[in-house]
Design a protein. Structure first.
Length: 318
């Protein structure tokens, strides 16, 4: 019997597992047989959403996580119809580099003909044409190249704006917001601007729930981790030990408490995390039992002292 339940993404998205397995560069570092065993076990537990967030660009150093994923799922014996693929499309060079060209390259590397979910990368420029962007996405939806789409760390205003343009273009618009969300980094998903979007049907996909492993106890990460809005990472490093103690007090690991906290948000449809071993995967899935045993209110009470970006980061987002 499956362990991981499924929820609908937004108002028009697919039914996805409440835990999603992602890889930025993880599969590049794993033994292939170990990666196959882990992904197979994830599928057996009910995980059906897999995110490969990076793919190669011409002229850039080679990366292989997405290419490896296509081989991993084949070796694991998981039919394409049995899983949802989420890919990212980047906006730095748009529209000179079209969404269609990016998507074609991503799908070629992942060995498939469609993306069930597309996540638009951060907005890092002031001249982004949201009308054109919404129209291009609507066209890809109509052609069946993408199922649904969402955004990564956008402001609430930008989400609301592109949703209006998308509706005019015949698209249901963004179905989820992939946002940094952890016991320490909460201001945007827990803030008022996004609360109104969630009330209107937008779903939340918490990401970076362990702050690159820091909150799971790896306080001196050896690899590059995500950006640090508000410059609160030193506070997060200091909070890691206390979070571990709080988790142990309820017979949980720090990783489980982080995932349980993300699941406790009422708008969460699926929590995105990476795992580099089957043991780590199983530990993270154990967050479901922790949340069921403690309940959302108790989980949030346990992590309340560790909120690092309160009053530092604008809840509107950026």
């Amino acid at each position: 019997m499956s362990t991981v339940p499924h929820r609908k993404i937004g108002t028009h998205g697919p039914e996805a597992s409440v835990l999603a397995l992602g890889s930025w560069h993880i599969y590049d570092r794993m033994d292939f047989a170990d990666a196959v065993a882990m992904v197979r076990h994830a599928a057996d537990l009910g995980v059906n959403l897999f995110d490969v967030g990076v793919y190669g660009f011409p002229g850039q150093p080679p990366v292989f996580t997405d290419v490896l994923f296509s081989a991993i799922v084949r070796a694991a014996g998981i039919p394409r119809a049995d899983y949802l693929l989420s890919v990212k499309l980047w906006l730095e060079s748009y529209p000179e580099q079209s969404l269609r060209d990016q998507l074609a390259r991503a799908l070629f590397r992942a060995g498939t003909d469609r993306a069930d979910l597309v996540i638009l990368g951060d907005i890092r420029r002031t001249d982004l044409d949201l009308v054109r962007l919404a129209g291009d996405l609507a066209e890809l939806e109509r052609e069946g190249l993408i199922g649904s789409w969402g955004v990564n760390n956008w402001s609430a205003t930008a989400v609301r704006t592109i949703r209006g343009h998308a509706l005019e273009a015949g698209s249901p618009g963004p179905q989820l917001a992939q946002l940094k969300y952890s016991p320490c980094r909460r201001s945007i998903p827990d803030g008022g601007p996004y609360a109104s979007l969630f009330a209107e049907g937008l779903a939340l996909q918490p990401s970076d729930v362990m702050e690159g492993g820091i909150l799971a106890g790896k306080t001196t990460p050896s690899r590059q981790i995500g950006r640090d809005p508000g410059g609160v990472r030193p506070s997060i490093i200091r909070a890691a030990a206390g979070l571990g103690t709080a988790a142990a007090s309820v017979d949980a690991t720090a990783a489980q408490l982080c995932v349980a906290f993300a699941l406790a948000h009422p708008a969460t449809c699926t929590v995105l995390f990476g795992a580099s071993s089957t043991e780590q995967l199983v530990d993270n899935v154990g967050a479901l039992e922790v949340l069921d045993r403690l309940g959302p209110e108790r989980v949030r009470e346990l992590v309340e002292p560790f909120w690092a970006d309160r009053g530092v980061v604008d809840p509107e987002g950026a």
